[in-house]
Design a binder for this molecule. Structure first.
Ligand code: SF4
Length: 318
């Protein structure tokens, strides 16, 4: 690990100011992804700003009837929150499908959003990877790509986004709140927060250097049957091959978001509109223009089957 300096911030303003004034600084909270990346020297910050003690650890209702989730709320606490379990059940279920109990105890809301891909070549510094080293190539294209994305990819990168929580937040039309070093506040729709790889797969979000995520806000609850179904190689502590978050309304409408298949939490309006035509039509709409590899083409059928499974689950519940 490279040497770095460290300070513990005591306020949001101090953390943002420090990040803006120290080039190469990074925020750290749970550290469940960043520390691994630092040990491998994939991330080499010269300074760490500990943001664990700046008061962003609350879940509060908003005047609009929604929920404001502090950036430092731990995944375990968010999944167990009474309001989340009652009104945003899909989010609670997605959180509990992620990682392991130990990791959820440490991992934060902001860290979960900003976690980086688990493409094996991103972590193997002997291999070419455009995301780790722009312009070096992509070892996954002709390598092991079974777990990687099939839609939204580019010729430069086919890595998938690993988060479960973010898929549910995308389904719920969350907004990400931030503050910059000069104190400016922003609210970014989660649909625009994560970037597709294009020619610049190393650019994963639109945050400016030093911009701090302070909260995620959810609109008022969406009534209906909330389901999160994650298909993976093991029953625990494994990333999604395919995940589907869904809310089925009593009027026959539905909305869907997908994980494990794209470089960002994946949502397509046409997939919602296809609900009356069944799981295959929903999958076809969600996966329009998919470009799978030989190794991960199975995810297309798996998406249909996962959707068929949650359609049956919905029938049993409504
Ligand atoms: Fe790197 Fe993306 Fe290729 Fe994986 S898929 S090796 S992260 S460029």
């Amino acid at each position: 690990m490279k040497r770095f300096t460290y300070n513990r911030a005591t306020s949001v303003e101090e953390a943002a100011r420090t990040a803006a004034s120290v080039q190469g600084a990074r925020f750290i909270a749970g550290g469940t992804n960043l520390l691994d990346l630092m040990k491998l020297q994939i991330e080499t910050p010269i300074h760490l700003i500990d943001v664990n003690h700046i008061g962003l650890d609350k879940v509060e209702t908003t005047e609009e009837g929604g929920l404001r989730i502090g950036a430092l709320v731990r995944n375990t606490d968010l999944a167990a929150n009474d309001v989340v379990r009652r009104d945003y059940a899909v989010l609670s279920r997605a959180l509990l499908a992620g990682a392991s109990a130990q990791l959820r105890n440490k991992a934060t809301t902001a860290g979960n959003l900003l976690q980086r891909t688990r493409c094996p070549y991103f972590y193997d510094t002997r291999m070419p990877c455009n995301k780790r080293k722009p312009g070096s190539g992509c070892a996954a294209m002709k390598g092991v790509s079974r777990g990687l994305a099939i839609v939204g990819t580019s010729d430069a990168c086919i890595a998938q986004h690993p988060s479960d929580m973010a898929v549910a937040m995308r389904l719920l039309d969350a907004n990400v709140e931030t503050v910059t070093g000069d104190g400016a506040r922003r609210s970014i729709p989660i649909a625009d927060f994560h970037r597709l790889p294009g020619d610049t797969p190393h650019v994963e979000h639109g945050l400016a250097p030093g911009e701090l995520v302070t909260a995620v806000t959810l609109p008022p609850p969406i009534a209906g049957t909330h389901i999160y179904r994650k298909v993976r190689d093991r029953a625990s502590y494994a990333f999604a091959l395919v995940a589907v978050a869904a809310i089925f309304g009593k009027d026959g409408s539905a909305r869907f978001a997908f994980g494990g298949i794209a470089p960002k939490p994946w949502r397509v309006d046409a997939a919602d509109a296809a609900v009356t035509s069944g799981p295959k039509a929903v999958a076809d709409a969600a996966l329009a223009n998919a470009r799978p590899t030989d190794q991960n083409a199975f995810k297309q059928k798996l998406t249909v089957r996962t959707l068929a499974s949650i359609f049956r689950q919905k029938e049993a519940r409504i």
